[in-house]
Design a protein around this ligand. Structure first.
Ligand code: ADP
Length: 318
């Protein structure tokens, strides 16, 4: 494909943070937030190849295309299209890397979503997941997992029944569902965190986990928040990962005492999420979680967000 065949010279995209796993759904469940997120501007260039400029208030992410999730994702798409042009990317990070909020996935998604907007025959989201996954893979020790990329693209709550090949199922979102995020200022790299997980799971533990996953999916379809509360537990990753998160048990207890439906680790952490209904409940639960970190003089960010039904969005087209 040539640059003249495209529907514009560039565009700007917002791609939101995501909460992967939702407790029991390790690697297969995730949902999208409204904020924070990444903003990415893509400009078509007559010169082949990818050039990346990054702006981040938090940390330095690689600008080399082959080390940046956005670069690898968009390269996969350019290869598939046999593009005879290149792209310049400006990535403005709205969320820190290694936060457990899908920072690497947001960049990968925003890049492929932006290029897709300019195509005469755009790919659907199911096809775009595969390109974004190629980017996300470099931040995940070479493994495919779609539980950030898929909700970031589709929005709402998503089941990634399989990551390779991707089999993505959009799930119903319970009415008025809000999420509280507490991000303590420690960095946990997904790639490192994944290596600490057990390779073998005792049958009893597995049975408990798949009961909870089935319960959670049923809860979404039935809008049954009591069932969601009973199912929002994790017998596999949480016991291993919670120790790396400052004051995790106290934060979780504070959220549950304040009426949260459930509270668990977002992705591989250190962010912690709690679910509830309505903005007032969310703000009260957020304050109770913040109190723990304030008392312990631990730095953090806090976010309250409704579940984002849309996922990535076009901000402007040039
Ligand atoms: P998160 O869950 O917040 O995405 P990860 O550990 O999965 O955290 O990803 C962060 C890692 O990915 C870091 O090592 C970072 O340097 C690398 N990375 C590469 N490209 C990007 C990008 N565009 N945005 C964020 N992180 C990136």
């Amino acid at each position: 494909m040539k640059a003249e065949d495209l529907k514009g010279d560039g565009c700007t995209v917002f791609a939101p943070a995501t909460v992967a796993n939702i407790g029991c759904g390790f690697d297969i469940l995730g949902f999208a937030l409204k904020n924070p997120g990444d903003r990415l501007s893509l400009k078509i260039s007559r010169t082949e190849g990818i050039r990346i400029e990054t702006r981040s208030a938090f940390d330095t992410i690689p600008a080399e295309p082959e080390k940046n999730t956005a670069g690898v994702a968009v390269q996969a798409m350019l290869d598939e299209m046999q593009a005879e042009f290149g792209v310049n990317l400006l990535i403005e990070k709205g969320l820190p890397a290694g936060s457990g909020l899908g920072s690497s996935a947001a960049s990968a998604v925003s890049a492929v979503y932006a290029l897709n907007r300019l195509l005469p025959a755009p790919y659907d989201n199911h096809a775009l997941v595969q390109f974004a996954l190629e980017g996300e893979k470099i931040a995940s020790a070479g493994q495919y997992h779609a539980d950030n990329v898929a909700p970031c693209l589709f929005g709402g709550i998503v089941l990634a029944r399989s990551a390779q090949p991707p089999d993505i199922i959009e799930l119903p979102v319970p009415r008025n569902l809000f999420c509280v995020i507490i991000h303590p200022h420690v960095e946990i790299k997904t790639a490192v965190s994944r290596r600490k997980l057990p390779e073998q799971i005792p049958l009893k533990t597995a049975v408990r986990q798949w009961g909870n996953i089935a319960g959670m999916i049923s809860a979404f379809y039935r809008n049954d928040l009591h069932l969601l509360a009973r199912s929002l537990e994790d017998s596999i990753a949480e016991p291993v990962r919670s120790g790396q998160i400052p004051h995790y048990d106290e934060i979780k207890q504070a959220a549950l005492r304040s009426g949260a439906i459930g509270c668990n680790i977002s992705g591989s952490g250190p962010s912690v999420f709690a679910l509830t209904t309505g903005i007032e409940n969310a703000r009260r639960i957020c304050a109770s979680m913040e109190k723990i970190l304030n008392e312990n003089e631990t730095r953090y960010d806090a976010f309250v967000s409704v579940i984002n039904p849309n996922g990535a969005e076009i901000i402007s087209v040039d």
